[in-house]
Write a protein that binds this ligand. Structure first.
Ligand SMILES: NC(=O)c1ccc[n+]([C@@H]2O[C@H](COP(=O)([O-])OP(=O)(O)OC[C@H]3O[C@@H](n4cnc5c(N)ncnc54)[C@H](O)[C@@H]3O)[C@@H](O)[C@H]2O)c1
Length: 317
C-alpha cells in the first residue's frame, strides 16, 4: 500500500513509519514539526519508498499520487501545562488538528477510496467513573476544563470519523490509545516517563504531581505498533467500532517513579508538587475487544520496556 501518515515525525508516528516500511509499504509523512522532530526520521532520508512533506494538516492536505490508506496521528499529545510542547500551550492548534485536520484527512480517504485509521485516545473517557474502561463507556469529560482542548477535539474526531463511515461509507478504524512510552519521546514534552527518566539520569529528584496515587497503565511502543498494524489490516464485523489499545497493567505514578529510580540507580528523593487540575485519577484499559477482534495483547514487561527507553535516553543526559 501507499500510506499517508500524518504526525509521522512524532513519537508514535515515527515508529509506525518504520514498521510500515519494514512491512513493504510506501509511506508519505505529513508533519508540521510543532511537537515532532526530524531526528526521528533522519534514518529514512534518501529512501525511494519514503516521502516527507512539511505541512500543517489543519490548513489543507495535498498528496500527489495514489493513496491506499490514511493514518491520522498528528496532534500534540502531552497534557503537561509546563511544557511548550504540551497541548495546554497549544490549545488552538490542538483543537484545529483534531477537528479540521481530521476533516481534511477523512476527505483524502473519501476521495481516494482509501482505508482510514484515527489515532484517538483514552482521554476521551475523561476522568472515568467506570473502571477499567471498555469501549462502551461514554466518558466523564469537562467540556471547558484545561484538558478539554485535547479531549473534546478527539471526541469530535471520533464523531466525524463515524459520520464519514456511516454517511460516505469510508472504511474507517478508531484506535483509542492509552499511555504509551518508549524511545523517541521528547525529553522536554513533560510526559511522566520521559520526565522521570531525564531527571533520574541527571541524578535529580523526580517530580510527582499530587500524591502520586493516581494510576496509569503504560504500554511499550512496540506492543502498540503491533496493535495498530493489526487494526489497520483487520476485516469483518466490529472493525469500525473504537478499539482500546493499551496495557492493562495498572500502577500508581509514584510506583513508576520508584521503578525508574531503581533502574537508573538514582538515589535522589521524590519531590511532590501541586496536583494538576483535571488529572484523571484512574486509567486502565479493558482490552477484551482488541483480544477478540485482533488477537492482540501487549507482551513487553514494564522493566524491559523501561530499560530500553532509559538506554535510548542515555546519550541525551
Ligand atoms: N503517546 C501516547 O501515549 C498517546 C496516547 C493516546 C493517543 N495518542 C495519540 O497518538 C498521536 C501521536 O502521539 P505522540 O505521542 O506520538 O505525539 P507527538 O507529539 O510525538 O507526535 C505528534 C506529531 O504530530 C505532528 N503534528 C501536530 N499537529 C500537526 C498539524 N497540524 N499538522 C501536521 N503535523 C502535526 C507533530 O509535529 C508531531 O510530529 C496523537 O494523535 C495522540 O493524540 C498518543
Amino acid at each position: 500500500m501507499r500510506i499517508l501518515l500524518t504526525g509521522g515525525a512524532g513519537f508514535i508516528g515515527s515508529h509506525l513509519c518504520d514498521r510500515l516500511l519494514a512491512d513493504g509499504h510506501r509511506v508519505v509523512v505529513v508533519d508540521n514539526l510543532v511537537t515532532g522532530q526530524m531526528s526521528n526520521l533522519v534514518h529514512l532520508a534518501g529512501r525511494d519508498d519514503f516521502l516527507f512533506l512539511k505541512s500543517d494538516v489543519s490548513n489543507f492536505i495535498f498528496v500527489p499520487g495514489e493513496v491506499d490508506a490514511v493514518l491520522h496521528f498528528a496532534s500534540p499529545a502531552s497534557p503537561n501545562p509546563r511544557s511548550p510542547f504540551g497541548y495546554p500551550a497549544l490549545p488552538i492548534p490542538t483543537l484545529k488538528v483534531g477537528a479540521l485536520g481530521t476533516h481534511h484527512t477523512l476527505g483524502v480517504a473519501h476521495s481516494r477510496g482509501a482505508r482510514y485509521l484515527l489515532a484517538s485516545t483514552s482521554e476521551i473517557y475523561g476522568d472515568p467513573q467506570v473502571h477499567p474502561q471498555d469501549e462502551t463507556y461514554v466518558g466523564h469529560v469537562d467540556p471547558i476544563g484545561p484538558r478539554s482542548v485535547y479531549d473534546e477535539a478527539k471526541r469530535f474526531a471520533e464523531a466525524i470519523t463515524m459520520a464519514y463511515h456511516r454517511f460516505h461509507g469510508v472504511d474507517t478504524r478508531i484506535a483509542r490509545i492509552f499511555n504509551t512510552y518508549g524511545p523517541r519521546m521528547r525529553a522536554d514534552d513533560g510526559r511522566a516517563v520521559p520526565n522521570f527518566i531525564t531527571q533520574a539520569l541527571a541524578g535529580q529528584a523526580l517530580t510527582v504531581y499530587g500524591t502520586g496515587a493516581q494510576t496509569r497503565s503504560f504500554c511499550y511502543i512496540d506492543d502498540l505498533i503491533d496493535g495498530l498494524v493489526r487494526l489497520l489490516a483487520a476485516e469483518g464485523p466490529g472493525v469500525h467500532e473504537p478499539v482500546n489499545l493499551g496495557n492493562p497493567n495498572e500502577m500508581t505514578v509514584l510506583a513508576l517513579a520508584e521503578r525508574i529510580n531503581a533502574l537508573t540507580g538514582n538515589r535522589s528523593p521524590i519531590r511532590y508538587e501541586a496536583a494538576e487540575s483535571d488529572d484523571p485519577q484512574q486509567r486502565q484499559p479493558d482490552i477484551a475487544r482488541a483480544r477478540a477482534l485482533l488477537g492482540w495483547s501487549p507482551s513487553t514487561d514494564l522493566d524491559a520496556g523501561l530499560r530500553r527507553t532509559v538506554d535510548s535516553f542515555r546519550p541525551r543526559a
